[in-house]
Ligand binder design. Structure first.
Ligand code: ZN
Ligand code: ZN
Length: 411
């Protein structure tokens, strides 16, 4: 059993620094039923902090898999309105959302990938209105992870499930700074560091970033008025929250029509219960025109075929190779962890908040400013200790931004 004291600290950190729960606010939690004990701690702490109501959407990998094995495609793609309304009613009530993610990365590996793609797309379509709340910072939300047996064993295959979970708890506590005396103060300091990096880049307003590494030679044009974010977000009424725990990234958006060259993945991508590994994408004027994958080619193809926007990019994030997650030397097979170990980009929808005035723009205006739209948003990792990044300034001069996976700017 993982240290209960540390679990309590972790729960409190997720509620205070993560969603920044307020007195009288409702809280919705998506949580794995396999580790219900941790969620019960979160619920107790939430009420102690003054939550008016806490609702849980329990998630069970085994039952989720059974549905894919037995339910018809029609059932899988017909998302009931009550399901959507539940989320919307909490969002409209100003609730906070805590996502506890711990999915077995191989869960759907034997299910037809076309079926998974259709169900994923139907779900994204149904949740479009709700996603406006999270992607525009209209409600406080956060994603954290806790160990479950299958996931932990994927990372530590040499151990039995219980030991693997212990090992993973240890890593998680360290990476999210729960092992420190005052995790909340440690996060305040960490957020300040990320905010500083973000400010430096916002001042620079590079027009382009050029990435070079083995298998990678690509230029990302950055839209005029792009904003670097990182170190947390703010709701419209100014309350700070951290959408991801851990987070080590500063991120902005590449111009949806301004990406040219080839980029190689540096870590596996888990998508739709399947693994895509050792893949590369080639872009012309922002659109994927060619791709390869040693593993998961079909899954990658389905992802790119989700819609027009899935072939373009919506995020560009910088993470130094010295990040604590990268230093653990582990591959977590979980995007929340792996993306914070590495520079990454995302296929699909961009955050409108990454552009001056973006939150108030119409779809057409967003398009004109190079802000991508899609039903999907999937991060994948392209950073390594061999990555160099150059920034092009508005007068055309070139400045080193990253050298050998580390900041070359004064950050
Ligand atoms: Zn990111
Ligand atoms: Zn992302």
């Amino acid at each position: 059993m993982a240290d209960i004291k540390l679990q309590e600290k972790y729960a409190e950190l997720a509620l205070r620094t993560g969603v920044n729960l307020q007195k009288g606010q409702a809280l919705m939690i998506n949580a794995p039923i396999e580790e219900a004990g941790f969620t019960r701690i979160v619920v107790r702490k939430a009420y102690e902090l003054g939550a008016k109501d806490v609702t849980i959407n329990w998630q069970d990998d085994e039952i989720f898999l059974l549905k894919y094995q037995y339910a018809s495609e029609k059932v899988l793609t017909d998302i009931p309105q009550w399901f959507v309304d539940k989320y919307l009613s909490y969002a409209k009530d100003g609730a906070a959302l805590l996502n506890i993610k711990s999915t077995n990365p191989d869960l759907l590996k034997d299910v037809d990938s076309a079926k998974v793609a259709k169900a994923t797309k139907a779900n994204a379509e149904a949740m479009k209105e709700f996603r406006q709340y999270t992607m525009n910072d209209r409600m406080p939300w956060t994603i954290i992870s806790i160990p479950t047996g299958d996931w932990a064993q994927k990372i530590f295959p040499e151990y039995d499930k219980e030991t693997a979970k212990e090992k993973l708890w240890e890593q998680i506590f360290k990476i999210v700074r729960v092992d420190q005396d005052d995790p909340i103060a440690a996060w305040d300091e960490h957020n300040k560091r990320l905010e500083n990096a973000r400010e430096v880049l916002n001042q620079k307003q590079f027009t382009k970033l050029i990435f070079t590494a083995p298998g990678t030679d690509i230029t990302f044009e950055l839209p005029k008025g792009h904003i670097w974010k990182g170190g947390g977000a703010k709701t419209p009424d100014g309350r700070h929250f951290n959408p991801n725990m851990p987070t080590e990234e500063v991120f902005t958006l590449p111009h949806k029509y301004g990406v040219n060259g080839t980029v190689a993945s540096t870590k596996p991508l888990i998508y739709g219960g399947n693994m895509i590994d050792n893949f590369s994408l080639t872009f012309e004027d922002g659109k994927v025109v060619d791709f390869t994958a040693e593993q998961g080619y079909e899954t990658l193809k389905h992802l790119l075929d989700t819609d027009e926007g899935a072939k373009r990019l919506g995020e560009l994030a910088l993470v130094p190779d010295a990040s604590p997650i990268s230093q653990s030397g582990l591959v977590f097979y979980n995007t929340l962890y792996d993306e914070n170990a590495s520079c990454h980009i995302a296929l699909g929808k961009a955050y409108p908040t990454n552009l001056q005035g973006g939150s108030e723009m119409s779809d057409e205006q967003l398009d004109q400013h190079g802000v991508n739209d899609s039903l999907t948003h999937v991060d994948f990792m392209i950073g390594s200790k061999e990555l160099d990044i150059d920034g092009v300034t508005s007068d055309g001069s070139i400045e080193p931004v990253f050298r050998k996976g580390a900041w070359a700017l004064d950050i």
